[in-house]
Write a protein that binds this ligand. Structure first.
Ligand SMILES: Cc1cc2nc3c(=O)[nH]c(=O)nc-3n(C[C@H](O)[C@H](O)[C@H](O)COP(=O)(O)O)c2cc1C
Ligand code: SF4
Ligand code: SF4
Length: 256
């Protein structure tokens, strides 16, 4: 069973790619999280967890969801757990933390695959225009197909990084990032807002409400998934000054 979390579609795409080639199903953890539902899963195939990289680890919201889910194993193959992390550049030493998580989940860790996809963090970094994003997505196909062959062969994914800088990024930098950078306060909607409600609907943490004027109001509970700002059909959402003038990235999904 493939279980994924995705803010702007990259990880959903990769999860569905794995599921299709492995004749398996892809399940969106986001809808469980949004509905505050406990995950109870049953599989006769390896578990494959797909997620974006947030500060060189899987998103804390996805980690907490997995930690509190139940994984029924129908046969030996389902004892195994593979992690696949999409990222803009690298996943650091995320695998170390995924291995620890696996132990808590009662599954056998089979490694973490790094898949470079278009950057989506417009609140912090430059993001690619459509043409550049398409090239990055095409280049990722080889890595994804290689990962699928490893799962089919019941082998382990190779370790992505094992150096001191990567250890620091996934280690002490990660909690600092969550404490100091992950804030919803700078979000606001401009006059381009048409009050469609898509931002509120797409927020996995139900952190957005529409006000009396049908414009979104952000609460304090945000995980910086970028679904609201990148998914707004009129590009009405900004994150302070950091997002101004940047393209909005969502996985193309046949829209181009
Ligand atoms: C909050 C946040 C933190 C991120 N941190 C990293 C990172 O540490 N390393 C990296 O290479 N990409 C990072 N990215 C980029 C995303 O991991 C990447 O674009 C991912 O494919 C997005 O997946 P999604 O479309 O499924 O949400 C970050 C993005 C966000 C929104
Ligand atoms: S998605 Fe955009 S247009 Fe729709 S309500 Fe939210 S800010 Fe307004
Ligand atoms: S407020 Fe926006 S960025 Fe924050 S969790 Fe909700 S959709 Fe994601």
């Amino acid at each position: 069973m493939v279980i994924y979390f995705s803010g702007t579609g990259n990880s959903k795409y990769v999860a569905e790619f794995f599921a299709e080639k492995l004749c398996d199903e892809a399940t969106d953890a986001g809808s469980y999280i949004k509905n505050e539902e406990l995950g109870i899963f049953s599989s006769n195939k390896p578990y494959i967890f797909v997620a974006p990289t947030y500060c060189w680890r899987i998103p804390h919201i996805f980690r907490d969801f997995l930690e509190h889910s139940v994984f029924e194993k129908v046969g030996e193959a389902a004892e195994k757990a593979y992690f696949v992390m999409t990222c803009g550049s690298d996943i650091g030493c995320a695998g170390k933390y995924n291995e620890r998580l696996c132990k808590k989940m009662g599954l056998t860790y089979m490694g973490t695959l790094e898949v470079v996809m278009p950057e989506n963090y417009i609140a912090m970094f430059p993001v690619p225009e459509n043409d550049e994003a398409d090239i990055i997505i095409n280049a990722a196909t080889q890595t994804i197909e290689g990962g699928i062959r490893i799962v089919q062969g019941e082998r382990k994914f190779p370790v992505a990084h094992n150096d001191i800088i990567s250890s620091l990024k996934s280690g002490p930098v990660n909690p600092l990032f969550y404490n100091f950078a992950v804030k919803a306060k700078p979000f606001y909607a401009t006059d381009a807002c048409i009050g469609c409600g898509k931002c509120a609907e797409s927020c996995v943490l139900n952190n957005i409400e529409l006000g009396a004027d049908d414009k979104p109001i952000w609460g304090d509970y945000c995980t910086h998934c970028m679904a609201c700002i990148c998914g707004c059909p009129t590009k009405a959402i900004e994150y302070g000054k950091k997002s101004q003038g940047k393209p909005r990235y969502t996985f193309p999904d046949g829209e181009r």
